[in-house]
Write a protein that binds this ligand. Structure first.
Ligand SMILES: Cc1cc2nc3c(=O)[nH]c(=O)nc-3n(C[C@H](O)[C@H](O)[C@H](O)COP(=O)(O)OP(=O)(O)OC[C@H]3O[C@@H](n4cnc5c(N)ncnc54)[C@H](O)[C@@H]3O)c2cc1C
Length: 387
């Protein structure tokens, strides 16, 4: 066993750090306040290959491995978690699903523009009445009498990049009696009639990542744009999430590391009672706990990314690895953001420093792509075999 990164992994990590620090960090606070979608930066990220890190070059991507992807995303999230959310959805939930389950024609038509940063992808699983219990979705897809297209009606909620997306991987019920085996996946062109975007959700954190409801009213999706076979949709959705969770772990680790680094410098600068606050044992314990959790969390993330990469040839599911990495990293991000804010005292509470933003941004990592409760349930089910 060795822990060194390869030359190409080090290169993408350095390129992402350079881009994040020069283009994203200086505007992160401004985008957090305005809630504006950072379109220019996302386009530049696409030009650098960051919107399709694992996508083969023939489909417009960078053709790199899963470890390169998490290293890239961690650097982006270190500067701004909202940018990382947009990039994570594009790379993991959108591109990855089509690459695994799509036809050759679908990969060329739907992955190439998104992987090269010319278009934005999104993922529609959640509905107003079904988040954790995703199989309880109601959006219906009914095959036309001539078998040429499906007619979609229903509503998806909390769709990241929904307000700006060009294409969507989404899931709808084709056979209600078959429950989760009656769900089918589709790829939609968001500019077609019947694709109706709701208002952008006002959010606690990751405010520059636009989120909205999407309503479908008689949206016609050609049969050629179905992803996989009828009834395979739920398994496709869960496989995509297994792998997407590694990206959320990377996002959470970026936030956790940013909070830790801020705390580490502050304990050396700030003085109280005639001494650096870093000399107080209660502060030292906080630094030790933050650093230890962060290191453990990054190892779980790298293990999950390694497993995800290996699964590309073995076809194995990486459910437990992805859930453990996401669960631990999101709780580490919350712990480090909370602890770093506390270490900064009153200044931690001020909008002049990014600590309060880290604190607000960290929270989402415990909620989307499966809450922490759901990750524990998934891990325990995998371990015990009890459903
Ligand atoms: C900012 C943001 C962006 C998002 N982006 C997307 C996106 O792009 N695409 C998409 O499809 N979805 C997206 N989501 C939806 C997200 O995945 C869901 O919000 C999440 O899965 C939780 O579902 P819910 O909100 O319906 O909560 P619920 O499922 O209603 O859960 C409420 C509470 O009950 C707990 N709970 C539920 N079931 C159990 C159980 N069996 N055991 C123990 N506890 C349980 C949950 O953990 C939670 O604490 C996004 C959400 C947010 C907030």
């Amino acid at each position: 066993m060795h822990f060194e990164l390869t030359e190409s992994q080090l290169m993408i990590q350095a390129a992402a750090r350079e881009f994040a620090q020069s283009e994203i960090a200086p505007v992160a606070a401004q985008f957090d306040v305005s809630g504006e979608f950072p379109a220019k930066n996302i386009r530049k990220a696409g030009e650098l290959g960051f919107m399709g890190v694992e996508v083969p070059e023939e489909y417009g991507g960078a053709g790199l491995d899963s470890i390169s992807f998490v290293l890239m995303l961690e650097e982006i999230a270190y500067a701004d978690a909202a940018h990382a959310t947009i990039m994570s959805v594009n790379n993991s939930l959108y591109n990855n699903g089509i690459l695994q389950f799509g036809s050759e024609q679908q990969k060329h038509r739907f992955v190439t523009p998104v992987a090269s940063g010319r278009a934005i992808g999104c993922y529609g699983l959640t509905e107003p009445q079904s988040g954790s219990d995703a199989a309880n979705m109601r959006t219906r897809a009914i095959l036309s009498a001539d078998g040429s297209h499906y007619l979609l009606n229903g509503k998806k909620s909390w769709i990241t990049s929904g307000p700006v997306a060009d294409y969507m991987v989404m899931f709808a019920v084709t056979d209600p009696a078959a429950k989760s085996r009656g769900i089918t996946a589709f790829i939609l062109d968001c500019k077609q009639p019947g694709f109706i975007r709701g208002k952008t959700e006002p959010k606690l954190g990751i405010r520059a990542s636009a989120t909205c409801e999407i309503e479908f009213t008689d949206y016609r999706v050609p049969v050629a744009d179905r992803l996989g076979r009828e009834g395979e949709g739920f398994a496709i959705a869960m496989t995509i999430l297994d792998q997407g969770r590694v990206g959320i772990a990377a996002q959470a680790n970026g936030i956790a590391r940013a909070a830790y680094d801020a705390a580490l410098s502050y304990v050396k600068e700030r003085r109280a009672f005639g001494a650096q606050i870093g000399s107080f044992q209660m502060i030292q314990a906080k630094i030790a706990d933050m650093k230890t959790r962060l290191s453990a969390s990054r190892l779980l993330m790298l293990q999950a990314a390694w497993a995800k990469q290996a699964a590309k040839t073995s076809g194995a599911r990486t459910t437990t690895e992805g859930s453990m990495a996401k669960l631990f990293a999101s709780e580490t991000a919350m712990f480090n953001a909370h602890t770093a804010l506390q270490i900064h005292g009153g200044m931690g509470y001020s909008k002049e420093l990014p600590l309060e933003r880290y604190f607000r941004d960290a929270k989402i990592t415990e909620i989307y792509e499966g809450t922490s409760e759901i990750q524990r349930l998934v891990i325990a089910r995998q371990e015990t075999g009890i459903r």
